[in-house]
Write a new protein. Sequence first.
Length: 244
Amino acid sequence: MRGMFRATLITLVPEAFPGPLGVSILGRAEEKGLWALETIDLRGFGVGKHRNVDDTPAGGGAGMVIRPDVAAAAIDSVALEGRPLVYLSPRGKPFDQQKARDWAAGPGVVFFCGRFEGLDERVIEARGMEEVSLGDFVLAGGEVAAMAFIEATVRLLPGVAGNEASLTEESFEQGLLEHPHYTMPRAWEGRPTPEVLLSGDHKRIEEWRRNSAKALTKQRRPDLYAAYSKTPEFQPPENGDEHD
């Protein structure tokens, strides 16, 4: 039996949590003991009278840099217990669904949420930190990225999602974007629900959804479609862009 998934966050703003992680399915899952969230206040490991955690960058330049001795003290206070130590950084490897699956299969993750100009390189190297990015843009700190990573990961844990079968049909799970969705009313502002979805023919519906996902991916994410086209499962969409 696997142990509880634990997410630990080393941050200068622990009051930012749980935030969105404490509501909806993730909040209910934590109440049920399916996962746990812990915050470590980096300020508590600061040096001097004012608990300083940063200093000016060597070589000059704008901004401040988190000190390696302060960061290391905070990191060393956490029992990793097989969990990866992740530094939220725009220069890291982009986060994706496969990374969420990998983390969900393990005991949890320890996140170091950066601030200012970043973290002294020496502690990144000395503690073997894995750098992961939310995307090609810069945030004020790593907290928002950590929330996104945790939500994407925790919702994959057994018992968290209301309908776990739906997880296999989502964007990126099959290497494709997800097909379009429709509900009531059957016609809205002159736009009808596709007839095939009302047919009751499950085989036709599945084919329509599969072809729509392929066409949508080809149109919006040619990079994903190119990767999908190299897989053994590849079949081009039939009858053009059926999602239109």
